[in-house]
Every structure is written in C-alpha cells, then in structure tokens.
Design a protein around this ligand. Structure first.
Ligand SMILES: [Zn+2]
Length: 394
C-alpha cells in the first residue's frame, strides 16, 4: 500500500534533489511545498507537492515539516536502578566521575532479565515518541560474562545496533587488577557477547581505560567480527581519538577535550565520525565540545543522546538538537543533519538518516513548519507523527 504525505511546508531529505537511488546521505537538503511517497517500507518519490503522483492513501501534512527520523547512535539503555540523588548532588557542586557507574552495575546485576527488558522497552517507547526511529544500545552495566551476555541479548531484541561495552569501567572485584579485567573483556566475555553484538566499544578516558587497553579491546573485538567505536576525550585530553582513528573506528564519541592533532586526525580519517553528546555537558554542567572547530576542519559530526542513568538521563534528540544549536553554535540545519544523517554515518548505515529515494521510510512530522522549530521551541513536544519502515507508529 503506497502512502502519499503531501502539503509539507518543508521536507528535509538530506539527499540531492535530482538523485534517484541515492543510498548515501547527502548534505542537509530540504524541499519547500513538498510531498513524499512511501511504499513497501521505502521512500519511492520526493518532490514538489504539485507534481506528486497518486497513491493508495494520502496524509495531509497541513503545512507542517517532515524530517528523517532521528538516528541516536549512542545510548546506554540496558540497566536497572536510577541515580537521581547523584544528579542532585552534582548540581549542588560535586564533580562527575566515571566511578558512579558502579552503583548502576550493582543494580543491574541484581535485576531480573524481565526488569531489564521492561526498563529498556519503556526507554525505547520514549525515544520513538520523540522521533528516534533508530537507536544504538550498549551493554556495560553487567561487567561479568553472564551479565554482559544477557545485556547484549536483551538489547538485540529491540535494535540491530548492539554494542558490546564490557570495557566500560573496571568492576569492583577487579580493583587493582585492571589488566586481569581487560583479559576477561577480550576473552571469555567477548566470546559470550560477540554473537549478539555488531559493535565493540571502550571507555578510553581518565579513570577508565588507557590507550593500550583500548587498543587491545578493539583489536580483540574486531577479531571476533565486531566493528570498533569508542568513548574518547570526555573527561579530559587523552589518546582516545587517536586510538579511534588508528583502529578505523566508525565513531569517536564525546570529543569534548581535543588537541589540534586530534581534530586533524579526525578530518583526515575519511570515516571516523565525531559524535557529540551535548546532553552530557548539560547534565554534568561541563564545557561543551567545540563543534565549530570540528565542522571547520571538515570532520563529520553526529549528535546523539548518550541516554544513561548517570551522566545524561535524557532520551530526547529534540533537546540535543536545541543544545547543539544554542550551546555549540551549530546552525539548525547542521544540528538536524548531525542528529539524522550524522548518526547514520556513525552507525555506517546508508539506508537511514535521509529521505532519498530508496531510503528506509523512517520519518517524523513536526507540529511546526520547519526543522528550526526543534531549537526555536526547546522543550515543547513537537513530534506530531512518526513512521518507521513506512508504518505509522506514533
Ligand atoms: Zn556513553
């Protein structure tokens, strides 16, 4: 059944207008007074509403904007418990450190599979209602072979973009023996998780894992068939970005503290996306990454939520877009591109993040006439409709 959505004030396609069979996301591109046709889960036509072909069903957008669904390429959604008190303490003046993750690890280990599943399902529903049609989901709060294995298995029930993050922090039972824990992460734990994951990730930062440990984790993951991505340069300057580029990682995430050499390495990498997570800086009251410096250097920039119970408990990509515009001086077009096509690049996906002909029919309708309203009206629920693979799902 084909569906025509017409009378669209602004159709953000992220795809060259005249290109058919455009499977690679282009630069930010939008069509005014537009229409889009969906059929069999794909975009089959875009253009001026006046030129639109007939379809089996018609939706009148009534002058509203339509965008690709958000692609949230960085989220930690398999966990139990919450850390509201830690957040309140941080806002009262205590600094954020990687150590707070241990509280979530304890809660996650003692949770049942069904508790983890229902928490994950609630967050996935939240994301969908806010226009996120694809999200990545990491393990990393189990940190035993069994708890990491069930974390990636549960994540795989809701998304194909599953990341094995055994190297999130060193768990308490390995205090003083980080090397022993890295051996486990690269050995039995990896063997148990690799069948359920697409990606391998490591938190390479102060208080987490160093460069050599990160290299070992990514290399072991690749040998097991996983693709590398990394948490890098969040808490201070460090080797994470260089390790990412050396490893050919799909993305280096956070990128808050970068040297000129880091920016140059990302720009020259030809494929490592800098994923910025402005919700983290908002929620930890930290300095924001310098998005303009990255964009000026020609680095591909994505925006993601980093939804997690510690450093950033928002699942809202519209909020992240607003923060990127207001706090990181991205233009509204740059921020929307980064939250859609940028996220797709960070997941090495060419079928999502744009609405070129042939793209998966993942799109959102705003209760507003243009994409700019995501930042212009921060905090207002503007998602008026969500289609995933052509199905109206929210
Ligand atoms: Zn993260």
């Amino acid at each position: 059944v084909s569906l025509l959505i017409t009378n669209i004030s602004e159709l953000v396609t992220n795809a060259p207008r005249e290109t058919v069979r455009a499977y690679s996301p282009g630069p930010f591109e939008a069509i005014s007074d537009a229409a889009v046709v969906l059929d069999a889960g794909r975009v089959t036509w875009t253009g001026l509403a006046a030129d639109a072909p007939a379809a089996d069903e018609v939706v009148d957008a009534a002058g509203r904007a339509v965008l690709p669904g958000f692609v949230d390429s960085h989220a930690h959604l398999v966990f139990a418990g919450e850390r509201g008190a830690e957040f309140a303490a941080r806002m009262a003046g205590l600094p954020y450190s990687a150590g707070g993750i241990r509280g979530t690890v304890a809660a996650t280990r003692s949770a049942s599979d069904d508790e983890l599943r229902s928490n994950l399902a609630r967050l996935a529903r939240e994301m969908l209602a806010q226009g996120t049609t694809t999200f990545e989901c990491k393990s990393g709060y189990g940190l035993t072979v069994a708890d990491e294995a069930r974390s990636v298995a549960v994540a795989g029930e809701v998304t194909p973009e599953v990341t094995y993050l055994g190297a999130h922090v060193v768990p308490p039972e390995f205090d003083g023996d980080a090397a022993g824990y890295v051996d486990l992460v690269c050995g039995d734990m990896l063997a148990a998780c690799a069948p359920s994951a697409k990606w391998v990730d490591v938190f390479c930062d102060e208080g987490a894992f160093g460069a050599d440990e990160a290299r070992a984790v990514l290399a072991a993951g690749e040998a097991a068939g996983l693709q590398p991505r990394i948490h890098a340069n969040q808490l201070g300057p460090g080797p994470g970005v260089q390790v990412a580029v050396e490893a050919g990682a799909a993305a280096a995430d956070h990128c808050t503290f970068l040297s000129d050499a880091d920016v140059d390495a990302l720009a020259a990498s030809g494929g490592t996306v800098a994923t910025l997570l402005p919700g983290v800086e908002f929620s930890t009251r930290s300095p924001y990454p310098d998005a303009r410096r990255l964009l000026r250097a020609g680095v591909t920039v994505a925006i993601a939520s980093d939804c997690n119970p510690g450093s950033c408990f928002t699942s809202s990509m519209p909020l992240c877009v607003a923060l990127a515009v207001r706090e990181m001086r991205m233009t509204t077009a740059e921020a929307v591109w980064a939250a859609t096509a940028g996220g797709a690049h960070a997941l090495r996906r060419s079928d999502i993040g744009h609405l070129g002909v042939g793209a998966r029919a993942d799109l959102i309708m705003l209760d507003a006439p243009s994409h700019a309203y995501l930042a212009y009206r921060p905090g207002v629920p503007l998602i008026a409709g969500v289609w995933r693979s052509g199905e109206h799902v929210a």
